[in-house]
Ligand binder design. Structure first.
Ligand SMILES: [Zn+2]
Ligand SMILES: [Zn+2]
Length: 401
C-alpha cells in the first residue's frame, strides 16, 4: 500500500537538497570531537531557528533536543542525529574538506545532523498531519564518549509517552540511496579487557628458580578460544580477540609479569555477561595452576544495539513508500561495530537503519569505509535520509481520525 502523504516526502526532500547539502558541507568543514561541540551546536540552533521549536539544551554537553509539536496531541517519537567527528586528518581532497587539523567527519555524522534538520523542516510544514510530539535529538559524543547515555541520565529524553526512537547511520559500504535494516541485534556490544599476570622474574636459564608468566599467558590465549567455542552457543555469535600481548625485555631474562589486552564483541547481554565471567574464570584458573597472581580488568563499552521487530517493520514500510521497495534491503547479519544509540533502544522500542551512500561508480565492498581518512559519502543519498526520518515520524504519529 502506498501512503499518499509519505510518497510526497521524497519530492519535498529533493527540492530541499541544495539546503541540506550546503548545511552538511558547512558542518563537514568545521568538525568537532567529543561531548563539547560549541560550533556544531550553534550551527544546529541557527539552522532550525525559524521552525518554532521548543528547545531543551543540555547543561553538561552540547546536546540539543528540539520539540516539534503536531497539531493534535499524541505520543512522542525520538529522531536521533549524532553530531561529533573523529580525531583523524582528512585526506579526501574534497573542496569542502575539514578545515580543522586532526579532525574529520569520517563517520558521516555531519550528514546525520543535516538530514535531521532537513526532516525537522519538512515536519514543521506538516504539523496538521501529526498527532503528538517529535523530539529531534542532536547528540554529541557518539564516538566512545557515551553522549546518548549522558542525555538519558540528564533526563533530556524522559518523556513518559515515548512510543519509539529512530536513527539513521550513513555508510559508504551500501549502495547509494538504499535503506538497510534488520530486526533484532544490528550492532554488537564492544567491551575491552586487560589481563596482567604477575610471577617472579629471574634468569632465563633457571626457570625453576623464577615463576614465569609467559607460558601461562600463552595458555590463556588459546584456552579462552576453546572455552568460548565449547561454552557459548554458536547461534549467538561472539568474538574475543587478544589483540596485544607483552612481556619481557630481552632473551635471557624471565619477566616478572605479562600483559594482554583485547576486545569482546557480542550480540546479547546474556552472552556478554557469560563471556566476562568465563574470561575471569579461565584467567584465574590458569594463573592459579601456575601460582601466579592475575588481574582482569573489563571495561564495558556500548551495549548491543537491538532493533524492535514491530518498529523495524514500520521503518521498512515507510522506507518502501518513500524511497521504493527495491531500495529497502534486509541486512542478513548484524555488524560488529557498536553504537551508543543502543542506550536509547534499551529504554524505548525503536530501530537504527543504515543509509547507503557509496560514491557513484565505486564497488560498495571496495569503498573507503566509515572512519577512513579517505571516506566519501554520496550526497545524493541525503534526500532519501531526510524523507525517511520525516516519514517515520509521520507514520508513527498519524492522527486517528
Ligand atoms: Zn563511527
Ligand atoms: Zn557513527
Amino acid at each position: 500500500m502506498t501512503i499518499p502523504s509519505l510518497a510526497a516526502l521524497m519530492p519535498e526532500a529533493d527540492a530541499a537538497q541544495e539546503r541540506t547539502v550546503a548545511f552538511r558541507r558547512k558542518l563537514h568543514q568545521n568538525p568537532e570531537i567529543g561531548l563539547d561541540l560549541p560550533v556544531t551546536r550553534q550551527a544546529v540552533l541557527d539552522e532550525i531557528a525559524d521552525l518554532g521549536l521548543t528547545l531543551r539544551l543540555s547543561e553538561t554537553t552540547s546536546a540539543v533536543v528540539a520539540e516539534l509539536d503536531g497539531a493534535q496531541p499524541g505520543p512522542t517519537l525520538i529522531l536521533r542525529g549524532d553530531m561529533d567527528a573523529l580525531p583523524l586528518q582528512e585526506d579526501t581532497g574534497l573542496p569542502f574538506a575539514s578545515a580543522v587539523e586532526g579532525a574529520m567527519h569520517a563517520c558521516g555524522h555531519d550528514t546525520h545532523v543535516a538530514m535531521l534538520a532537513g526532516a525537522a523542516r519538512l515536519l514543521a510544514a506538516r504539523r496538521e498531519e501529526l498527532a503528538g510530539r517529535v523530539l529531534l535529538f542532536f547528540q554529541p559524543g557518539e564516538e566512545s564518549y557515551h553522549g546518548a547515555r549522558y542525555a538519558l541520565e540528564e533526563g533530556l529524553l524522559d518523556d513518559t509517552d515515548v512510543i519509539g526512537a529512530f536513527a539513521l547511520h550513513i555508510s559508504s559500504q551500501f549502495e547509494s540511496g538504499t535503506i538497510n535494516v534488520r530486526s533484532g541485534p544490528i550492532l554488537a556490544a564492544a567491551d575491552t579487557f586487560r589481563v596482567v599476570l604477575t610471577g617472579r622474574g629471574g634468569h632465563a636459564s633457571a626457570p625453576h628458580a623464577a615463576n614465569d608468566p609467559v607460558p601461562a599467558a600463552c595458555e590463556i590465549v588459546t584456552a579462552v578460544q576453546t572455552v568460548l567455542s565449547r561454552r557459548i552457543s554458536t547461534f549467538d555469535p561472539a568474538v574475543l580477540t587478544v589483540a596485544r600481548i607483552a612481556a619481557g625485555t630481552t632473551s635471557n631474562i624471565i619477566p616478572a609479569s605479562a600483559e594482554m589486552e583485547g576486545t569482546i564483541r557480542s550480540f546479547s547481554e546474556e552472552t556478554r555477561d557469560d563471556i566476562h565471567t568465563r574470561l575471569r574464570t579461565v584467567v584465574s584458573g590458569i594463573a592459579a595452576a601456575h601460582e601466579l597472581t592475575a588481574d582482569v580488568d573489563i571495561t564495558p563499552g556500548y551495549p548491543v544495539t537491538v532493533n524492535d521487530e514491530t518498529f523495524t517493520d514500520r521503518v521498512r514500510g515507510v522506507a518502501s513508500a518513500v524511497v521504493g521497495a527495491d531500495r529497502v534491503v534486509d541486512i542478513e547479519n548484524p555488524l560488529m561495530g557498536a553504537e551508543d544509540f543502543s542506550y536509547v533502544l534499551a529504554k524505548y522500542p525503536g530501530a537504527m537503519a543504515f543509509l547507503g551512500a557509496c560514491p557513484e561508480g565505486v564497488d560498495p565492498d571496495l569503498a573507503a569505509p566509515n572512519h577512513s581518512n579517505l571516506v566519501v559519502f554520496d550526497e545524493r543519498s541525503l534526500a532519501s535520509g531526510v524523507a525517511t526520518y520525516a516519514g517515520v515520524a509521520l507514520d508513527s504519529l498519524r492522527p486517528t481520525a
